[in-house]
Design a protein around this ligand. Structure first.
Ligand SMILES: Cc1ncc(COP(=O)(O)O)c(C=O)c1O
Length: 474
């Protein structure tokens, strides 16, 4: 058997696949890279991000656990999954030996690392600050921190999570919630988190009162109509608001350091990003005419996780940044971004167990059987994204009767639906035509690309627990 490392809590399993990661530290322009295997769980506070790559070792030795691999003679390569082989192996191993049948997720930390590499190669001038809200997993955050990323936090608990994994409050955190609770603002001041966004004169007053040392970015309204989830209905100052905001900042002694924007989550139109950069440039010119010198442009999040969709957006965006902010004319401006979904969506696969089945007999109106399958995760758990994130669930049969299904085995059952485990009729994952073969209690379904805005907003309603995590790297 070769290669995957599965970790759950402190227990780690090495299944021995060769890994292609760089063995030592290497420079990558504005940030630094250190392979995740050398990252201690707790960094000391306030390392310069140009210096954090100092190789330091420090991961505790792996403790092998006796996890068996695939059944003898079984074909490698699951016919229905597109995830990495080490993820597939972890899914199968865990599902076969999960005695409690609980739902679980497999987190591929090497995918997170690869996404950072992709970002760096396409947007070399922009330092990513991971939007913690997308998935506040401490292991993911530790990997991102080790790769030189900062954190976009929207609340004190998110700030605390970033500080816990060693983020520097001054350099590694942007408090990117334009409307902060007064108590959270005071705590941010106490924690030394200075960089934050605002879009109203009331917020300026609040910050002046509770966090006079803050450095603020004006969150600008930009067109978010090309995105999956819009944000502009809630946040964003118009260009015409800028003079008022600057006057308020002067009155309350608040420093304005630049601008931020967000084109909406999962925006697929490169023009939305490039137009927003134009708005940012315009805003900076206006601010400059009022004597305010901008040093930070925060391009927000909204990037799709699929590299084929990300690449054209990032290429156009990078060109536009160079066009609107040529390095020679704007040497004092640095760029940050707040990617959430892009970094974590596709590195996580959810595995759920079929815990029940109900066959609905044909009726006068409907002359075929309908099969309802009940899973042990649902709308109140990690499928909350169906409601909150406009997501669509695509089930893959992971294990049928304990075995990997063959590619052509059973044709889909004509009519089936998928339901969560709670007693609520709203707890429906797929209402009609789940496009599944005939399943039995105990079979497993996988949902790939389940890492953003999923577990982050899951509840334990009705007593059902949030899926456990298993971590793998290539
Ligand atoms: C202020 C802010 N930054 C970043 C993000 C992350 O967006 P995405 O996951 O689309 O990259 C969000 C998402 O809501 C946000 O509100």
């Amino acid at each position: 058997m070769n290669g995957v490392r599965v970790t759950a809590g402190l227990a780690k399993v090495t299944l021995g696949r060769a890994c292609g990661h760089a063995g030592g530290a290497r420079r990558l322009g504005w940030w630094s890279y250190r392979p995740m295997s050398s990252v201690p769980a707790q960094e000391s506070a306030c390392t310069d991000f140009e210096e954090i790559l100092t190789p330091s070792g420090g991961v505790s030795p792996l403790q092998p656990l006796p996890l068996p691999g695939p059944c003898p003679g079984e074909a490698t390569g699951h016919p229905h999954l597109s995830c990495a082989p080490w993820v597939e192996e972890a899914l199968l191993t865990e599902a076969r030996h999960n005695e409690s049948e609980d739902a679980f997720v497999v987190v591929d930390l090497s995918h997170v690392e690869a996404q950072v590499g992709l970002w760096k190669s396409h947007l070399p001038r922009v330092r990513p600050f991971f939007a913690v809200k997308a998935n506040p997993d401490p292991r993911i955050m530790a990997v991102l921190h080790s790769l030189g990323c900062g954190f976009d936090c929207a609340s004190v608990p998110e700030v605390a999570a970033a500080l816990k994994i060693g983020a520097c409050p001054v350099r590694d955190i942007v408090y990117a919630n334009p409307c902060k609770a007064p108590s959270h603002l005071s705590q941010a001041a106490a924690d030394g988190v200075d960089l934050m966004t605002l879009d109203s004169t009331d917020e300026v007053a609040k910050i002046g009162h509770l966090h006079p040392g803050a450095r603020c970015l004006i969150r600008l309204f930009v067109d978010d109509s090309a995105s999956r989830c819009t944000l502009g209905n809630k946040f964003g100052a118009q260009l015409s608001d800028i003079p008022r905001l600057l006057a308020a900042a002067r009155r309350h002694g608040v420093a304005i350091d630049g601008v931020s924007f967000h084109v909406g989550s999962e925006c697929l139109d490169p023009c939305a990003f490039t137009n927003a950069v134009g708005v940012a440039r315009h805003a900076i010119d206006v601010m400059s005419s009022f004597g305010v010198r901008s040093t930070i442009v925060d391009i927000g999040g909204g990037f799709p996780s699929n590299p084929a969709l990300f690449a054209p957006i990032a290429t156009a965006l990078s060109c536009e940044l160079d066009h609107q902010f040529p390095a020679l004319s704007f040497p004092h401006v640095r760029f940050i971004g707040e990617p959430g979904r892009f970094l974590v969506a596709d590195g996580v696969t959810l595995a759920t167990n079929v815990i029940g089945r109900r066959v609905v007999e044909p009726t006068v109106e409907d002359d075929e059987h309908h099969v309802m399958y009940f899973l042990n995760d649902g709308i109140y758990g990690s499928f909350n994204c169906l409601l909150h994130d406009h997501a669509t669930a695509v089930p893959r049969v992971l294990l049928q009767d304990g075995r990997v299904p063959s590619q052509f085995a059973c044709p889909p059952h004509p009519s089936s639906s998928l339901w969560g485990p709670t007693c609520d009729g709203l707890d429906c994952i797929i209402k009609d035509s789940a496009d599944l073969p005939s399943l039995d209690v105990g079979d497993w379904l996988a949902f790939e690309g389940w890492g953003a805005y999923t577990v982050a907003a899951a509840t334990t309603f009705n007593g059902f627990s949030v899926p456990e995590r298993r971590y793998v790297t290539c």
